[in-house]
Write a protein that binds this ligand. Structure first.
Ligand code: CAA
Length: 260
């Protein structure tokens, strides 16, 4: 994999993707979004990947939003097309087979918060700032922010955040459920790796199906969601990992899952 705006490392089933445009605080331009889409297509085929971490390069920002300078000359059709590019790539990320942890190491604003919210959950450094400041620019969020934020924080808070465009500290974001853990900045990546490593030792098929079931249940009526869970619970009993996990428990051993 060779991308100008991204760097990637993998160790023991855990991949770490770094958004790499530090001079622009990792702002999302067309090239970066296109490369991110290509990266996700490649990585979704990797059978040796069990958890992905996304973080930002430099010590200041996760991602400071969509690239404002690149948006300057967009007309309505161009803006709609740019929005679709970001929406499609983030949707691709959201349905990636493996869990994705956002390690938010600084500003996560606008498209940056939208990227973090398309991950499975958000760990943040103690100095991080999160928000959707688009209305300060006379814009609205365009990469899924009006859709995903309310699912994390509820309708009222999503509206407050979007209308004011305020930046929120990681502590505030933790208090209203946007962030699941706050860490000292120096420890953030190690903590994300530790959690990813733990997840990578669970049954990979089970984790992938749990991800899909949790994501999809939000869009289904309760009985349909229960039916979907039931079907998936049945399907998991056809896997080798289920035999490995249950046998290991009975024999008082640690399971060594194969992901099949
Ligand atoms: N797009 C393009 N360039 C950006 C950028 C962005 N979103 N954010 C920062 N940069 C650039 C700055 O222009 C600056 O470049 P130069 O050195 O060439 O001038 C460099 O990154 C460093 O930024 P600052 O000097 O501004 O750094 P700061 O510490 O003073 O402020 C900040 C940091 C508060 C994050 C500030 O940069 C900022 O407000 N950035 C914009 C945040 C924002 O509004 N994001 C939403 C974008 S719109 C969007 O995302 C729409 C959508 O949903 C699709």
């Amino acid at each position: 994999m060779n991308f100008e705006t991204l760097s990637y490392e993998k160790k023991d089933f855990v991949g770490t993707l770094t958004i790499n445009r530090p001079k622009a605080l990792n702002a999302l331009n067309r090239q970066l979004l296109t490369e991110l889409g290509q990266f996700l297509n490649e990585v979704d085929e990797d059978k040796d990947l069990r958890c992905l971490i996304i973080t930002g390069s430099g010590d200041k920002a996760f991602v400071a939003g969509a690239d404002i300078k690149e948006m300057e000359d967009l007309d309505a059709a161009g803006a709609k097309e740019f929005s679709k590019l970001g929406q499609d790539v983030f949707r691709r990320l959201e349905v990636l087979k493996v869990p994705v942890i956002a390690a938010v190491n600084g500003f996560a604003l606008g498209g940056g918060l939208e990227l973090a919210m398309a991950c499975d959950f958000i760990l943040a450094s103690d100095d991080a700032k999160l928000g959707l400041p688009e209305t300060s620019l006379g814009l609205i969020p365009g990469f899924g922010g009006t859709v995903r934020l309310r699912r994390y924080v509820g309708m009222g808070k999503a509206k407050e955040m979007t209308y004011t465009g305020d930046h929120y500290s990681s502590e505030e974001a933790y208090n209203f459920g946007l962030v699941t853990k706050i860490l000292p900045k120096a420890d953030l990546l190690a903590a994300a790796e530790k959690m990813a490593s733990k997840i990578s030792k669970r049954g990979p098929v089970a984790v992938g199906i749990a991800k899909m079931a949790i994501n999809e249940s939000g869009d289904l009526a309760l009985d349909a969601a229960m039916e979907m869970e039931r079907s998936q619970f049945g399907a998991i009993f056809k896997t080798e990992d289920k035999n490995i996990g249950i046998n290991a428990f009975i024999n008082k051993e640690k399971p060594n899952f194969k992901g099949e």
